[in-house]
Structure formats: structure tokens, C-alpha cells
Write a protein that binds this ligand. Structure first.
Ligand code: G
Ligand code: MN
Length: 392
């Protein structure tokens, strides 16, 4: 491949003007021909950018994991991973990072792919230094705009979440025995009054984005721990866990407030959320049981993991998802599914909660199908510690 530049190849890879590192854009040049890469570096350095050079795309991807670059300038035809594959891999992790592609063999196909993957520019050789410098400056400008926007969004979200955490409340919804019609427990449900984060899903989503899931989980568990002594005698409190909570040492700390009352607590693990990423899952369940907790599988019948998940947790209690409960009294298929889940679970010594009961007909139907407990608006809405039920 001949050099794209009229300039001769220098060995400098640092910016020519020594502006502070923080303000100079960081540009990564990827070209498998060292002489070409050096020529590109010399030209790009002329913009005041801080330039790094790598000679293959795989190394570039590795570098992106540890270093934040503002612009990538990449050759298309490279030994090993191509420039197109590099762009695709970059897009999988960063939708905004501008990538300038340079090619000595332009084609309609590679240009179309560049557009599809959102390349910032598709430049052809021979390349004028001015064109490259202009493209790099524009790309760096775009990057700084999107960074500023992202920073503001994040700051606003952070402020909202911190307010939500301060004012967080827990509502409790009764879980009722079908045999005695007595309340045997309450599900603790997070409630937020923060205007930007009104639903529990929005709070969890924000905490996930900001890396504060453990803070949120601890907050809910500590509120429950402080209220549990006011719960009616012999009732259990059901607490929802996020899979990330299973990686929080606080959950396993015998001295944490909720651990002290673990015998009164059932931890709900939703089948919806994948636990694939949690290492030593079975050991963690064992530790929780050693602390006195019981475990429940939540939303059974709604998720993707299905019965394999069920076998891994071997829960004391399963909660049949409200999608199976809705209209169950008038739907033979739902009745069969619930009946099968009930016989499977009770055959394994587990108890079954039917959740999301909205009508007396649904309630009576799941009782007939053998569910141990019922929960839902038909009995009681979630409310301040601790609501009573109606079951005439
Ligand atoms: O996924 P999980 O089962 O933890 O969800 C419980 C949610 O369902 C809570 O937000 C609760 O307010 C809501 N909920 C409780 N009972 C009912 C019900 O009877 N109908 C509906 N639609 N939602 C309910
Ligand atoms: Mn739940």
C-alpha cells in the first residue's frame, strides 16, 4: 500500500502543541502499515490532538477498554480484523464515538457499510492532510458536544436518584392463606415520590445506570428491617432482590439489619432477570439459608429461564405470575398450566402463591386449583405498614 500522505513519515506520536491533556482530543490511529500510521499521526498531531498509534484492530479494541478516545482514524484493509469489523465492534459498545475510515480501495459495498455503521467520514487515498485534519477537528467537536450532553443527563439522573433514595418508602401487600384466610405475610414494595422516577422500574433503571444498585437494595432492606417489628405476629415479609444484590456483601453480613430478622423474611428472586452472571449461585443461596432466610421464585411463568431456574433455586415458595392468573377462571388453558405448576411445586414440598388476584372469581379458581396463598388487589392493595384484607 502506498503512503496516503505527501508528508514523509515522522516518528512523533504526541501533539505538536502541548495543550493540557484534559482538553486536547485523544485520537487513536489504527493502520497495519507502520509508515502509513506514522504519516497519519504526524498530520493529526497538527490539530493539537493527543495521538496514539496501533497497528491492528484487535489491539485497538483492547485499548478502548482502558482508555477513552474521542476519535478513531482507521484503515479499512488490515491484516487480521478489518476496519469494518473494528467499526462494528466499536458500535456495539459506543454509539457516539466518531470513526474516520480511510481506504485505498474504495467500493460501493464498503462505503454503504460505513454509512450503515455510522462512520463519521469515509476518506479515500491519496488523502490531503487538510481534509484529514478538518475531519478530525469536526469529529472531536461532535464528540465533545455529545459528552457534554451525556454528562448533563447523568448529573440530572444522579440528583433525581439521590432524592428518590432519601424519600423512598415501602408499601406492603398482604399474602393470604387459602385454607384459613389469614394474612401470613406481606410483600414489601418500593415506592418513590420523586417526580422524575415515579415507578419502581424507573428507580431500578436509574440505579443500574449509575452503578448504585447495591445502595438501593440496602436502602430497601434497611427500611424493611426497621418496620418489621410492627408487623402482625407470625407474619413473614417478602423482599424482592435484584440479581445484583446477590453480589453485595451486605446481604450476606450477619450483622446487617435485615440479617438479624432473617427468619421472618422471604427473599424473592424474579425469574425474569437472568442469574447467569452471578458466580457461585448455589453457594450464595446456601449462605442466605444459613442466615435464616427463605427463598421464593417470583413471576413464575413469565420469564425465560423456566423450570431450569426453578431447579437451581429449589425455593421454599413459588409465586405464579399474574399473567397466568388474569382471567384464569374463564380460561381452561391457564387453569391447566396453573394446576401443573401447583402439582409440580407442591410435589417438591414448595408452597405456591398466586399473585395479581383482581377478582373474586380468579381468587376462588386458584384456591380450587390448589394454590396455598393468594395476593392481589382483590384482597388488598399495597399500603403503609400494614394493611388488612377483605375476603368476605
Ligand atoms: O414482580 P412482582 O410480583 O414483585 O410485582 C409486584 C407488582 O404488582 C407491584 O408493583 C404491585 O403493586 C403489583 N400488583 C400487586 N397486586 C396486583 C394486582 O392484583 N394486579 C396488578 N395488575 N398488579 C398488582
Ligand atoms: Mn415480587
Amino acid at each position: 500500500m502506498r503512503s496516503p500522505m505527501k508528508d514523509t513519515a515522522p516518528s512523533i506520536v504526541r501533539g505538536v502543541d502541548e495543550s493540557p491533556r484534559s482538553s486536547a482530543p485523544r485520537v487513536l490511529i489504527v493502520d497495519d502499515e507502520p509508515a502509513v500510521a506514522a504519516a497519519l499521526a504526524r498530520v493529526v498531531s497538527g490539530t493539537g490532538a493527543e495521538v496514539s498509534v496501533l497497528h491492528d484492530a484487535t489491539a485497538a479494541l483492547r485499548a478502548l477498554e482502558t482508555t477513552e478516545f474521542d476519535v478513531i482514524v482507521s484503515d479499512l484493509a488490515m491484516a487480521g480484523m478489518s476496519g469494518t469489523e473494528l467499526l462494528r465492534a466499536v458500535r456495539a459498545r459506543d454509539l457516539d464515538l466518531p470513526v474516520i475510515q480511510i481506504t485505498g480501495a474504495p467500493s460501493v459495498e464498503s462505503a454503504a457499510t460505513a454509512v450503515e455503521l455510522g462512520a463519521f467520514r469515509y476518506l479515500t487515498k491519496p488523502l490531503s492532510p487538510d481534509v484529514l485534519r478538518k475531519a478530525v477537528l469536526e469529529a472531536a467537536h461532535l464528540r465533545s458536544l455529545s459528552r457534554a450532553r451525556g454528562g448533563e443527563d447523568r448529573l440530572r439522573l444522579d440528583q433525581s436518584l439521590r432524592r428518590a433514595l432519601k424519600t423512598l418508602r415501602v408499601a406492603y401487600q398482604p399474602i393470604v392463606s387459602c385454607a384459613t384466610r389469614e394474612t401470613i405475610g406481606f410483600e414489601a414494595l418500593m415506592r418513590s415520590t420523586e417526580p422524575a422516577l415515579t415507578t419502581p422500574a424507573a428507580v431500578i433503571d436509574a440505579a443500574e445506570k449509575l452503578g448504585l444498585l447495591h445502595t438501593l437494595g440496602r436502602r430497601v432492606r434497611n427500611i424493611v428491617a426497621a418496620q418489621i417489628e410492627d408487623a402482625p405476629r407470625a407474619t413473614a415479609i417478602f423482599v424482592n432482590l435484584h440479581p445484583s444484590d446477590l453480589a453485595d456483601p451486605d446481604l450476606f453480613d450477619p450483622a446487617s439489619p435485615l440479617s438479624r430478622v432473617a427468619r421472618q423474611v422471604v427473599l424473592e428472586l424474579t425469574e425474569r432477570a437472568s442469574l447467569e452472571a452471578v458466580p457461585d449461585l448455589e453457594l450464595r443461596f446456601e449462605s442466605l439459608r444459613a442466615l435464616g432466610y427463605r427463598l421464593a421464585v417470583d413471576d413464575l411463568g413469565a420469564g425465560y429461564a423456566g423450570l431450569s431456574y426453578f431447579a437451581r433455586v429449589q425455593p421454599e415458595i413459588v409465586k405464579v405470575d399474574m399473567s397466568l392468573v388474569r382471567g384464569v377462571d374463564a380460561d381452561v388453558v391457564r387453569q391447566r398450566v396453573v394446576h401443573s405448576l401447583v402439582s409440580l411445586a407442591t410435589g417438591l414440598g414448595m408452597e405456591v402463591v398466586a399473585e395479581g388476584i383482581e377478582t373474586a372469581a380468579e381468587r376462588d379458581c386458584v384456591v380450587r386449583l390448589g394454590c396455598t396463598y393468594v395476593q392481589g388487589y382483590a384482597l388488598a392493595r399495597p399500603g403503609p405498614a400494614f394493611p388488612s384484607i377483605t375476603w368476605p
